[in-house]
Design a protein around this ligand. Structure first.
Ligand SMILES: [Zn+2]
Length: 153
């Protein structure tokens, strides 16, 4: 369980990093636009200035979306996030949960075993004994001769 959560943690932080980078790219466009608006003559494209690069914003936006998906994978697992619909993978993702369930079932089974063991011991204690008519010692129900005096029961 710890191994999987560690892998997912790394995936989660990669996604988080992508969102931060994407966000910075996305925001940088606004600063470019702002500086373009504040000083349109300096940044005039016809006189060698450059237009604010909208492409950076678009790339940033897509990196943010991809980062969000990666984070989701990290948080829920590939199958859990609904991105991978491979039943084999899904089983792998759910493995720790199934293992926990299996342990619970094993606990229940061992409890039942313990109960069975107890009742079995009680049954053994309740085996009917027959008192010898001659000497009075207790003999097993199916005994043919008395343990005490050896006489036939
Ligand atoms: Zn006897």
């Amino acid at each position: 369980m710890e191994k999987i959560s560690k892998e997912r943690k790394i995936t989660y932080y990669i996604g988080l990093g992508m969102i931060v980078i994407g966000f910075l790219l996305f925001i940088s466009v606004f600063f470019e636009v702002a500086s373009f608006m504040s000083d349109p003559f300096v940044n005039d494209p016809f006189s060698g200035g450059k237009l604010p690069s909208m492409l950076n914003g678009v790339i940033g936006f897509f990196i943010m979306i991809a980062g969000g998906i990666v984070m989701n994978i990290g948080a829920k697992g590939a199958a859990g996030s609904g991105i991978i619909l491979d039943p084999e993978k899904q089983r792998e993702d759910l493995k720790p949960f199934n293992e926990a369930k299996g342990e619970m079932i094993n606990d229940v089974i061992s409890n039942i075993d313990a109960v069975n063991h107890l009742t079995k011991n009680q049954e053994q204690k309740e085996i009917i004994k027959i008192k010898c008519r001659n000497c009075g010692s207790l003999n097993d129900e199916d005994a043919k001769f008395c343990k005490g005096c050896g006489k036939e029961i």
